[in-house]
Design a protein around this ligand. Structure first.
Ligand code: A3P
Length: 287
């Protein structure tokens, strides 16, 4: 199926119709944030699911009950997704945790006024591309990537869900009032999960003992999250996500792009990256 069939255009980016009907997008426009809300913001395939595990475990001081019984999409719902409307989020006790793939410019008025806590997760775009390439091949609500070459042009030109990776990252890095935003890279989580859990905990104002940090990090290891059916998307019907083609928790490593990119593709990607990121001063974990 084509982009025209599967996607709507919303505020300049593609959003998959099946997940984001107009009433869900409207719900988000009118959504009222609380100051102590925590919003996990990502470009898709940058580590959303990982943070949907880490943040609730920080709140629960390592108690596994919630992450073992409630699927990630209900424990930390996407505000732009159809389920948000059904979950009575207004009734949830503080602190609430949400996820979003929105660009900074897409955020609503309440967000700008209230300034909830944001955790912005970034990942090497070559690995984001690689993870996306496999994911678009298994999820029926997305346009199938015919070849890596074709998908790369769409990725580099932002003609995929939630638009351009470059615009997403630049928009959030340039956000004003950064004191309520915590920036973290997927690569840092891989390199030092315990340290990252501890730093995120501090940002959230939660003091965690070394034992709690140990327990949280252990549960959030790729091999362990993969076993958790509340986090590995095995509850999703096969016609929606065919995990026989590619698992949602696929490899969970840094640098898998090297197994996919040809030399020509690496050159093309690097050239666009260099141009689009030339004014960005931020020191990325993957540079
Ligand atoms: P890969 O496809 O490279 O394996 P998102 O949740 O934003 O859709 O991102 C999905 C990516 O994050 C997938 O990458 C997935 O395997 C990876 N991921 C999720 N949980 C992880 C964990 N605990 N450790 C390492 N990677 C994880």
């Amino acid at each position: 199926m084509t982009e025209a069939e599967l996607y709507d255009e919303y505020k300049g980016v593609y959003v998959p119709k099946r997940l984001h009907p107009p009433e869900s997008l409207k719900y988000y426009e009118d959504f009222t944030f609380r100051r102590d809300d925590v919003l996990i913001v990502t470009y898709p395939k940058s580590g959303t699911t990982w943070l949907q595990e880490i943040v609730p475990l920080i709140f629960s001081a390592g108690d596994l009950a919630l992450v073992r019984t409630v699927p990630n999409w209900d424990r930390v719902p996407w505000l732009e997704e159809h389920r948000a409307v059904l979950l009575n989020l207004e009734q949830r006790p503080s602190p609430r945790a949400f996820a979003t793939h929105f660009h900074r410019y897409m955020m609503n008025e309440s967000y700008s006024k209230v300034k909830p806590k944001v955790i912005y997760v970034m990942r090497n775009p070559k690995d984001v591309f690689t993870s996306s390439f496999h994911y678009y091949g298994m999820a029926s609500y997305l346009v199938n990537p015919d070849s890596a070459d074709e998908f790369m042009e769409k990725f580099l030109n932002g003609k995929i869900m939630f638009g351009s990776w470059f615009d997403h990252v630049k928009g959030w890095l340039n956000a004003k009032d950064q004191e309520h935003i915590f920036y973290v890279a997927y690569e840092e989580l891989i390199q030092d999960l315990k340290g990252s859990v501890s730093r995120i905990g501090q940002f959230l104002g939660k003091s965690l003992s070394p034992e709690m940090i140990e327990k949280i990090a252990e549960n959030c290891l790729f091999k362990n999250m993969r076993q958790n059916k509340m986090s590995n998307y095995s509850l999703v019907p096969e016609e929606f996500m065919d995990q026989k083609k590619s698992e949602f928790l696929r490899k969970g490593v840094v640098g898998d792009w090297k197994n996919l990119f040809t030399e020509a593709q690496t050159e093309r990607f690097d050239a666009v990256y260099k141009d689009k990121m030339k004014d960005v001063k931020f020191k990325f974990a993957w540079d």
